[in-house]
Design a binder for this molecule. Structure first.
Ligand code: MLT
Length: 201
C-alpha cells in the first residue's frame, strides 16, 4: 500500500498510524500527529480504493452505506500491511496508535472491530459504526478518543453514541469530545485529542 514512514526522535513514544478521509492522502493528518506528539514515529497510509479519483480505504454503495464485503477484505489487507510494516521499519507492533478522520476513522474502527490488539489506542475523528451485528474482540481497557459533531450530517450523534456503546461493551475506555462544526475537523477537537493522549500515554 502507498504510505509514508517517518521515524520519531523518541524511541519510547508510540507509532501513530494515520488514515486520511475520502479524497485525502497520506500527508493530510501529519500536522495532527505533530500536535499530539511531535517526537513519535508516523506510519501514514493511503487508501487504495478510488472513488471518482478520490482515495478511500474501502468501497461504499452510497454516502454512509458501506460495501461490507469490500470493507472486510480491505480491513484484512490493512491488518497484514501493519504487521509487515512493523517488521520492515522495526516498529514495536504492540505500540501503534491509530489516528483516523472520517473514512479513515471508519477503517481504523473496522480494524478494532475485527482484530484483537491491533492498536494500543485510537483517536477516531468523526467515525461511524463500521459494521453491525458482529462480535467484537475483547478490547481490554483500550483507550479510545472520539471526536464528534453534534450537527455532523454524515455521522449523527446517535451513531456516535452507538459506536461508544459498542466499544464500551467490548471493554474499551472511550472518551467522546463534542463539537458543533458538522463533519469538519476543528483545532479544539485536536487539542482535546492531544490532552487525552497526554493523560494516557
Ligand atoms: C465513509 O464513507 O467512510 C463515510 O461516509 C465518511 C466519508 O468518507 O464521507
Amino acid at each position: 500500500m502507498k504510505h509514508l514512514f517517518r521515524k520519531g526522535s523518541d524511541p519510547k513514544a508510540p507509532t501513530f498510524v494515520l488514515f486520511h478521509g475520502t479524497g485525502g492522502t497520506e500527508n493530510d493528518l501529519l500536522p495532527i500527529a505533530d500536535i499530539v506528539n511531535s517526537s513519535a514515529s508516523v506510519l501514514s497510509v493511503r487508501g487504495n480504493v478510488l472513488e471518482n479519483g478520490m482515495p478511500r480505504f474501502f468501497k461504499r454503495l452510497a454516502e454512509g452505506v458501506f460495501d461490507e464485503e469490500d470493507l472486510i477484505a480491505r480491513t484484512k489487507e490493512l491488518h497484514e500491511f501493519l504487521d509487515q510494516a512493523a517488521e520492515d521499519y522495526e516498529i514495536e507492533r504492540g505500540h501503534m496508535i491509530a489516528v483516523g478522520y472520517s473514512n479513515g476513522a471508519n477503517i481504523a474502527g473496522s480494524l478494532m472491530f475485527h482484530y484483537e490488539q491491533v492498536f494500543k489506542g485510537a483517536i477516531l475523528l468523526h467515525p461511524m459504526v463500521p459494521r453491525r451485528h458482529m462480535q467484537l474482540p475483547e478490547l481490554n481497557g483500550l483507550p479510545v478518543f472520539i471526536g464528534a459533531g453534534r450537527n455532523d450530517p454524515i455521522c449523527s450523534p446517535q451513531e456516535t453514541e452507538e459506536l461508544r456503546q459498542l466499544l464500551d461493551g467490548a471493554g474499551a475506555e472511550v472518551e467522546v469530545h463534542w463539537e458543533s462544526h458538522g463533519h469538519q475537523l476543528t483545532m479544539s477537537e485536536i487539542q482535546g485529542a492531544a490532552d487525552w493522549y497526554r493523560s494516557r500515554f
